[in-house]
Write a protein that binds this ligand. Structure first.
Ligand code: PHE
Length: 336
C-alpha cells in the first residue's frame, strides 16, 4: 500500500492529480487506509496491538509521501497550485487607517473642555427608572413629558416580573432615559455639595427621523451646586464653553423658557456665522429637586444645562443632516 501511494503521489503532476490520489489513499470515508482500519475489528484480540502499530506506521509513511508531493507541487492545504503570477516583491495594497466616529471625536473634545473648566466627568445608566428620569426632576405624574408616545418604556422588566410571578413596581417603570438630567439626580444622591459635574451620553425619544431628529442622540449635562450659584455663573460657564468649542469670542444669549426641574429656566443660544443657534436648555436648579436629594436649599443653589451633542458636532463640521451620523456610510465617516 505504501509503495502504491508513493507512486501515485510521486506521479501527480498537478494539484488536482494530487488531490485525487489523496482521496484514494487517505480519504476519510472510503480511502484505502480507512478500509484497512475498518477491518481491524476482525483481527484476533491477541494480534490487535501489533496490527495497530503496523497500521500507524503505514499511515505516517503515506502521509509523509503526500506531504513530500505537496511541497514538490507547491500546493496549499486545499490542494490549489500556488499562483505562479504572484510576485512577493510588488508593493502591497494600502489599507486605510480607521478613525474615530465624529460623535466620539466631539465627545472627547467636550470632555477636555469641561475638564479644563473644572467639571468632573460622571456617568449614569441608559436604562433608567421613572424616578430618576421624571419624579426626582420635579416632573409630576400627569406631565405630558411622561407620555408613552414620547418615551421608550421597557416591557422587559414587566416580562421578568411576570415570569417569577411578582408584581412589577408600576409606580416606577423602566425606560430608556429621555434626557441626561437623570445623572444630576444620581450624582446628588451620592455626593454632598459642592458639586461640579458633567455627563455625556445617549438619550432616546421616539421621534420620526428627519434632518434634525433621530430616536437616539447624545446630550451633555452640566451641573454645579454650591453656595450662591447664580444665573451669572451659568452664563459664564456657557460662554467659556462656547469660546473653547467654537474658538474665539462667541456671543451667547439666554431666553426665558420652561423646564420642570429649573426655575428660572432658560434656552441658551450662541451667535455663529451670522445667526443665533440654539445651544440647549438650562436654568437654576429648582429647590424641589435639591430637596428631593436631601440638599439644604437654604445654604446651596445650583445651575444645570443640557446640550445636544449632535448639534454641536453638526455645526462644527457643517453636517446638514443628523441621519448621516448614524447610517455608517464610510464615504461619510472617512471625511473626519
Ligand atoms: N433635560 C433638558 C432637555 O432634555 C435640558 C436641560 C438640562 C434643561 C438641564 C435644563 C437644565 O431638553
Amino acid at each position: 500500500l505504501v509503495e502504491d501511494a508513493k507512486t501515485a503521489f510521486g506521479s501527480a503532476s498537478s494539484g488536482d492529480d494530487l488531490d485525487a490520489a489523496r482521496i484514494e489513499f487517505l480519504g476519510a470515508k472510503k480511502g484505502r487506509l480507512k478500509t484497512i482500519q475498518k477491518s481491524l475489528g476482525k483481527v484476533d484480540n491477541a494480534d490487535k496491538p501489533a496490527a495497530g502499530k503496523e497500521l500507524n506506521a503505514t499511515k505516517s509513511a503515506i502521509t509523509d509521501a503526500f506531504d513530500a508531493a505537496k511541497s514538490r507541487l507547491g500546493t496549499g492545504a486545499d490542494g490549489e497550485v500556488a499562483d505562479p503570477t504572484f510576485d512577493p516583491t510588488l508593493p502591497g495594497t494600502q489599507f486605510r487607517m480607521g478613525n474615530l466616529h465624529p460623535i466620539t471625536q466631539t465627545i472627547n473634545e467636550l470632555k477636555d473642555i469641561m475638564g479644563r473648566l473644572g467639571f468632573t466627568h460622571a456617568e449614569g445608566p441608559e436604562v433608567e427608572d421613572d424616578y430618576h428620569n421624571f419624579k426626582a426632576l420635579n416632573i409630576p405624574s400627569s406631565h405630558p413629558a411622561r407620555d408613552p408616545l414620547d418615551n421608550f418604556y421597557l416591557r422587559t422588566a414587566q416580562n421578568q416580573a411576570d415570569s417569577i410571578g411578582k408584581e412589577l413596581d408600576d409606580e416606577n417603570p423602566l425606560l430608556l432615559r429621555s434626557q441626561t438630567s437623570t445623572v444630576q439626580i444620581r450624582v446628588m444622591e451620592t455626593t454632598k455639595p459642592p458639586v461640579r459635574i458633567f455627563s455625556l451620553g445617549r438619550v432616546y425619544r421616539p421621534d420620526t427621523p428627519d434632518w434634525s431628529h433621530y430616536p437616539m442622540f447624545h446630550q451633555m449635562e452640566g451641573l454645579m451646586v454650591d453656595e450662591n450659584v447664580t444665573l451669572a455663573d451659568l452664563k459664564t460657564v456657557l460662554r467659556l464653553f462656547a469660546n473653547s468649542y467654537l474658538g474665539g469670542d462667541v456671543k451667547i444669549r439666554i431666553r426665558p423658557s420652561f423646564f420642570p426641574f429649573t426655575e428660572p429656566s432658560v434656552e441658551a443660544d450662541y451667535y455663529w456665522n451670522g445667526k443665533w443657534v440654539e445651544f440647549g436648555g438650562a436654568g437654576i436648579v429648582d429647590p424641589n429637586v435639591l430637596a428631593a436629594v436631601g440638599y439644604d436649599t437654604e445654604s446651596v443653589s445650583g445651575f444645570a444645562f443640557g446640550l445636544g451633542i449632535e448639534r454641536l458636532c453638526m455645526i462644527r463640521h457643517k453636517i446638514t443632516d443628523i441621519r448621516y451620523l448614524f447610517t455608517n456610510d464610510v464615504r461619510f465617516l472617512r471625511q473626519f
